[in-house]
Structure formats: C-alpha cells, structure tokens
Design a protein around this ligand. Structure first.
Ligand SMILES: Cc1cc2nc3c(=O)[nH]c(=O)nc-3n(C[C@H](O)[C@H](O)[C@H](O)COP(=O)(O)OP(=O)(O)OC[C@H]3O[C@@H](n4cnc5c(N)ncnc54)[C@H](O)[C@@H]3O)c2cc1C
Length: 381
C-alpha cells in the first residue's frame, strides 16, 4: 500500500491549488450573491487542464489517473465548492460521451468540455420523483431521422446555464421501467426547450431548475448507447462522480478546519487563547480524524477504478457519508468562530448551504445505502 503522491501528482495539485487560491477563492461569496458562475474562470480552468483531466489526450484531457482527478477536485473545491461543479459535471459527462456517444459527436464536444468552453449537465430527475429514476415519463418518440422529446425534467443543476445536456427519456413502454429508457445528448438552444430556476438555499451560482421539452427534435446520432439500455450502460459512470462528490464536500470541511485551527490560537477568552480549552480543540481533533478516514475512502474508490476493480459500493459510501460529514464539520467550525462565524464575513454559512445540496443531489443517503446493501447481500448469496 502506498500513501504518497508522486512528483507529477504533487505538481498538478500545487498548480490547481495556486489557481484556486488566487483566482477562485476571492469570488466565492460574490458569485453566491450574483447567482452566476463564471464562464471566463471556467475557460481558465480548462486552459490549465483542470476539467476532466482523466480524459485521454485524444479527447482534450491530460490522461491522468482517476485518483489524480480526485486530488485536483479537492484543490479546486477547497477554494470554491461551486466552480468545482464544473469539474464534476465535466468528468461525469465527458466519460459518458467518450464511451457511449457516436465517435464523431464525442470528438466535437469532449475537447470543448475539457477546455471549459462548454458545460454539459445531466437531466434524469422529473417532477414525479428522483429516487425511483426508472419510473421516468419524459417521452422520446421516434420520428424521421431521430427522436422528438416531450415532457419535463425537474431539479437539474445548471438547467439555465449548461450548453448541452444528457437527457434520459422513455423510448419503451412505461412498465418496462429501466429497460425502456434511452439517453440523448441535447443542445440546450434547440427549438422547443424552455427552462426555469428554483430559489435555492445553496449552490446559487450553479442554479437548479426545470427544463421543459416541447417536441424537441434530437438527431438519431445524438443517442448515447443503445436504445432502451441507458440505465445499464450510461448510469455506470455515476460511480466515478460519487467518489468525486465525496472529495468535493470534504475539501470544504478541510478548508474550514484549517481556518479554525488558526482562529482558536488567535482568539482570546478568559485571558488565554481559546485553543487552551479541550472543549474547543477536541471537536476539531475528532473532525480531523473523521475527515482523514472519509478521504481515504474516496481515494480507495478512485484507486479501485484506476485498477479496473469493482467499486460500486465504495462509491455509494463516498456519496452518503462525506457530504453529511462535511456538513457536520463546517457546522462545528462555524460554532468555533462564535458570533462571527454566523455572519457573512466568514464563508461558513455559505459552505453549509452549498455542501448540504449534495446530501440529496446525485441520490440520497437512503438510496446509497440501498446500493451498498444490495451489493453486500449479493456477495453473500
Ligand atoms: C443540489 C441538487 C442538485 C441536483 N442536481 C441534479 C441534476 O443535475 N440532475 C438530476 O437529474 N437531478 C438532480 N438533482 C435531483 C436529485 O437527484 C433528486 O432530488 C434525488 O435523487 C431525490 O429525488 P427526489 O427529490 O424526487 O426525492 P424522492 O425520490 O421523492 O424521495 C424523498 C425522500 O424519500 C426517500 N426515499 C425514497 N424512496 C425510498 C426508499 N425506497 N427507501 C428509503 N427512502 C426512500 C429519499 O431518500 C428522500 O429522502 C439534484 C438535487 C439537488 C438537491
């Protein structure tokens, strides 16, 4: 077992951290207020090779390992959780494209995603439900040369800012459930698409909302994978993104802890630094312990992927525990900063709002635990 980064990893993480600290951190709170993510910064991230870096050079990536991609995710999210979403979507969706899109289509879009010129979202959830995703209703009707999409998607990140979207739609009978679902790459400026945005608690510069499809034509070439097989084919990429989500949330917790260790040595109460009270530092020490364990879990899931080994249950663990833990650690750090922590001079209140969303987005804790239980029960049959 090897717990050291190699020289290439150290260099790429250092470059990502420098960019994130200098360019992203200063605007983290401002973008929360404006509700707009920055396309310019997105392109700068792309130029530095920070978006979907695990993609092969053929498709515009740097060909780094999945683990290295996770380390870059941490570096960015520590400074700006929301700009790290661009990486998350880039990594999740570009691997779907390179694996399941028509080669010509993948060659057009994937390099643009890596360059930060295009943001690609994913639209699965519908007003009727997200956990029971196989029950989706949005219809893709076969027409001459392609499909016509009609229906509504709900709760979609970047619904009104993404350039393209992977849309899951029903091509088979309703009672075929998962076996009647296909996925399509849809350009968001297509005729018949309208969007709406929710007034959310956090992740406000990413934004989340509805997408309405009114007889939207999608060429046959834009179908991803085989007809009716999207659940068994396209969805497998979600294991990778779940490990990235874990690190995205934990990076926020780690940044908050670093700031708190500094603060407790500076803040004086009862004539001495508050760090001299075990009641102050023990919760931080506990948080450090749990943070370390959760990070190792995420690294292991990515290492398993790098080595072509099964990692579905580890990925589901990364998706339910780290977002919850990150929320609890940021909460503790906010309290450690006393009344100041509750205000906007510090980023803790925003971090709490931002990380909370990923206890629901990409599947809730209950659904992740169902995945883990299913895997473990299967192993013991
Ligand atoms: C910040 C954020 C970003 C998101 N981004 C996207 C996106 O980009 N694309 C996208 O497609 N979707 C996105 N979503 C939607 C998200 O994937 C769904 O909200 C999620 O899957 C849950 O679906 P639901 O909200 O319909 O809850 P429901 O499915 O209605 O579930 C409600 C509650 O019941 C629980 N529950 C349901 N069934 C069971 C069961 N069998 N056993 C135990 N508990 C159960 C759930 O865990 C949950 O707590 C996002 C959501 C959020 C909050």
């Amino acid at each position: 077992m090897q717990f050291q980064l190699d020289e290439d990893q150290k260099n790429i993480v250092a470059a990502a951290r420098q960019f994130a600290t200098e360019k992203l951190a200063p605007g983290y709170q401002e973008r929360d207020q404006s509700g707009q993510f920055s396309k310019d910064l997105c392109q700068e991230m792309g130029q530095l090779g920070l978006i979907a870096p695990e993609q092969s050079e053929e498709y515009g990536g740097s060909g780094v390992t999945y683990l290295t991609s996770g380390l870059i995710m941490e570096a960015i999210a520590a400074a700006d959780f929301n700009m790290a979403y661009v990486q998350l979507l880039g990594s999740l969706n570009s691997q779907i494209l390179t694996r399941y899109a028509d080669k010509e289509i993948a060659k057009i879009w994937t390099p643009k995603i890596c360059e930060g010129k295009v943001v690609l979202g994913v639209a699965l959830t519908e007003p009727g439900g997200g956990s029971d995703a196989a029950n989706l209703q949005l219809k893709a009707k076969k027409v001459d040369g392609g499909y016509e999409l009609s229906g509504e998607k709900a709760s979609i990140s970047m619904s009104d800012q993404a350039d393209i979207m992977i849309v899951f739609a029903r091509t088979g009978e309703k009672d075929a459930r998962a076996k009647g679902v296909s996925a399509f790459l849809v350009e968001m400026n297509s005729a018949g698409i309208t969007t709406g945005r929710y007034d959310d608690l956090g992740q406000r510069c990413i934004g989340r909302g509805s997408i309405f499809f009114d007889q939207v034509f999608v060429p046959e070439q834009n179908r991803l994978g085989d007809e009716n097989r999207a659940f068994s084919q396209v969805m497998e990429g979600f294991d990778f993104s779940r490990a990235l989500i874990g690190l995205q949330c934990l990076a926020v917790a780690e940044a908050s802890l670093k700031e708190s260790w500094k603060y407790v040595q500076e803040r004086v109460a009862f004539g001495k630094p508050i760090a001299e009270n075990q009641g102050v530092v023990f919760p931080l020490a506990e948080a450090e312990t749990q943070l370390e364990a959760a990070k190792l879990l995420c690294y292991k899931a990515l290492w398993l992927k790098d080595n072509g080994l099964p990692h579905t249950s580890e990925a589901a663990m990364c998706k339910w525990w780290p977002p919850k833990l990150a929320f609890e650690i940021v909460h503790q750090c906010l309290l450690t900063h006393g009344h100041g922590g509750y205000g906007r001079d510090y980023p803790f209140e925003q971090r709490l709002r931002d990380v909370l969303g990923l206890q629901i987005g990409d599947g809730t804790a209950q659904i992740m635990k169902m995945i883990i239980a299913r895997q473990k029960l299967g192993e013991n049959q």
